[in-house]
Structures are given as C-alpha cells and as structure tokens.
Design a protein around this ligand. Structure first.
Ligand code: CP3
Length: 341
C-alpha cells in the first residue's frame, strides 16, 4: 500500500501528519455526485457495483483523502432482513413496514448474506480501482441506530417509538437487537472477506440514550459485534454521536479507534482511553461553512493540541452536510495535507 498514514494512525503508530478522511465524503456536497445521482436512485447506486465504485472514487480523485469509504448505507442490513426500504429526495430513508410487535420481529430474517452480496462485489471493484493506493473502509450501522429506523419507519427527532419499545417491552427490543447484531457481525465479516482494510460501526443516534439505556440497548450489542469480527489486520472504528459521554463504554467494546464528536476535547478523551486505542475526529462540521482562515486556524488548533500523540486520525465529529461548499472541504483537506509535526 502506497499511503499507510490511515492504517498507521489506526494502529497507534507515529505518522508525519494526521491522516484525513471525512464521514459522508462520498455525497451530495460534490457536483459530480449529482451527475450520477440524477441518473439513478440512491439504492440503485448502492446495488450496482460499478456505480458504487464510481461514487466511492469521487473523493479519492477530487479531494485526495487518505482513506476511501465504501459507498452504501447503514440501512441495507435492515432492508436485507425484510424492511421495505426507500430513499426519497427531501424525505430521507423510509421503511414502509415499520416494526410494531413481536410478530414483526419474528418475521425478520437473519441469514441474509446472499442479499448483501452486491456489497462484496462493490468492494472488489473498488479495490481494483484503488489498486493499493489508499485503504478502503467498510461500515455498518450499529444495532440501536438501525433499530431506530426499523421502528420509527424513518428518521426521527425524539425516537419516541424506539424508546417506548425499550422501556415498555425490553424483551422485544432485545430480541430485535440480537437479530440485528447477528446480521451486522456477518455483514462486516463479509466486507472483511471481500477485502476492506478497516471497518467503522456507526451508532449515530446513541446520543439520545441515557447512560443505563446505552449500556443495555446499544453498548452490549456493539461489544458483541466487535468481538465477533475477523479483525486480524483490519482496524475497527467505533463511532457514535455521544462519544464524548460514552467513550469509556465504547472502549470496553475494544475497538482500535474511537471516533469522537466535537463536544469533547479530543486530547482529554484520548488520555482517558486505554493505551494504544486511537481516536478519530473531531472538527465541528459547521466549521466547513466558515471562512477559510477560520477553517485553517481551527484545524491547526486541534493539531497543536494533539501534537506528539500517536493514534490520531483527523475527521469531522459527524458527516459533511450536503450544502457545505466543495471548495471549503477541499481547502480543509489541503490544510491537513500540508501540515507537518
Ligand atoms: O461516508 C460516505 O460518504 C459513505 C457512504 C455513506 C452514506 N450513508 C451515503 C448516503 C455512509 C457511511 C452512510 C451512513 C449513514 N446513513 C448513517 C451514519 C452516519 C451519519 O451520518 O450519522 C446514517 C444515520 C444513515 C441513514 C441515512 N442515509 C439518512 C438519514 C439519509 C438521508 C439524509 C441524509 O443525511 O442524507 C441517508 C441517505 C444517504 N446515505 C445519502 C448518501 C450519499 C443521500 C442520498 C441522496 O443522494 O439523496
């Protein structure tokens, strides 16, 4: 591999500068994404390996990041289990058959790798295109976050139905989470077998949970998944919004990297983690709307804070918003790439 920065940092080895990639780097802030998106539906893009590879390669070619991330979505596991998934412009993801009762949970399938084979096929095409230049990150949604979409039927502000399920019918919630966790473990192992160089578990909405509920309904399943991965030489990144609170529990699940939101001081989080566990983060994505001198100053502040620390991957605290100016994203990446410790 020509560019080892990302894997070295994930393995807590020294690097000459922090490696950079950005969550949602393969997305709508790029005009070139829209050229493809205007021709196909989002799920067609995910399920056609050549198109998924084209979109994965956009930020590689246009931004020069240090790691690529597979173009797909966290909700494809829910679809493979039986969820009737669609993505509509301006509406977001929808499951037309939300889970309401025990029978709905019992109907969900768990031996679904044949339905996710398109992801393995996409990974093989992407690795041919990358040709060893930079590593490829695979990913999946964490059970709690995927459950929230299956139960709410789409995105939610307050997760009311999901919380009612875990509070009034914890045994049903556990039945559902256990099924998602099994599928997620198999699915990430499928991606590893197909050739990804790292995997990230996205628990985007963990922040909505209390400490006790996070422990019972999220953490234990993430831990189970991470323990079940064929992870030799494949670093595991654990991401959640809420990591500035939940980092100690996330560390118990033994990922190689904890991806941190922007609420916390990154060095303080790093110092509280076990030795040899790396951090990823944690720029507020809104900084990328600001003037370029602000972008540069804020990135340099973070790098000064992290000076001398091995095991640091630069990223945002959450994904790039679709209306962030492309030139600001490019500028931020150039600022990182010009930096030397
Ligand atoms: O990071 C990347 O660029 C790789 C691809 C990727 C997508 N989704 C593509 C996508 C990844 C890693 C995801 C993860 C994902 N999907 C998460 C976790 C990360 C996070 O942001 O918290 C979540 C919660 C989802 C669920 C999801 N998918 C939502 C809520 C939406 C619609 C609203 C939104 O933010 O876009 C999607 C659709 C989606 N996933 C798009 C893309 C490029 C937009 C589809 C379009 O073109 O309309």
């Amino acid at each position: 591999m020509m560019n080892n920065l990302f894997l070295d940092a994930a393995n807590s080895k020294p690097t000459e500068r922090p490696p950079v990639w950005m969550m949602r780097q393969a997305g709508r802030f790029m005009p070139q994404y829209w050229e493809i998106k205007n021709k196909y539906s989002f799920l067609e893009m995910c399920k056609t390996p050549e198109i998924a590879a084209d979109v994965t390669m956009l930020p590689v070619d246009l931004l020069g990041i240090d790691a690529a991330i597979l173009f797909c979505d966290i909700l494809v596991t829910g679809e493979a289990m039986g969820g009737d998934l669609s993505f509509t412009q301006g509406v977001g993801p929808k499951f037309a058959n939300p889970i309401k009762n025990a029978a709905d949970i019992d109907r969900l399938e768990v031996d679904v790798l044949d339905k996710l084979q398109y992801v393995a096929d996409a990974i093989k095409v992407i690795q041919q295109r990358l040709n060893g230049s930079i590593p490829l990150i695979g990913f999946a949604g964490a059970p709690f976050t995927v459950m929230s979409y299956l139960v709410e039927g789409g995105s939610s502000k307050d997760f009311k139905l999901t919380k009612l399920l875990i509070h009034n019918h914890p045994e049903l919630a556990h039945r559902l989470l256990a099924k998602i966790a099994k599928v997620t473990t198999d699915y990430l192992n499928l991606q590893i077998a197909a050739g990804v160089n790292a995997v990230q578990l996205f628990d985007s909405w963990a922040l909505s949970l209390s400490w006790n509920d996070y422990t019972e309904f999220s953490h234990q399943y993430n831990q189970q998944i991470i323990a079940g991965l064929n992870r030799t030489n494949v670093p595991v990144i654990s991401f959640c919004k809420g990591s500035s609170v939940f980092a100690p529990l996330m560390a118990e699940a033994k990922p190689d990297v904890v991806s941190v939101d922007w609420n916390a001081d990154l060095l303080n989080i790093k110092n509280a983690l076990p030795t040899g566990m790396a951090v990823q983060g944690n720029l507020d994505p809104h900084i990328l709307y600001a003037d370029q001198h602000v972008i540069k100053k804020t990135i340099h502040q973070l790098f000064e804070r992290m000076r001398g620390v091995d095991g640091f991957i630069f990223n945002l605290g959450h994904g790039i918003m679709p209306d962030i100016p492309f030139n600001n994203v490019k500028y931020a990446i150039d600022v990182v790439k010009e930096f030397r410790y």
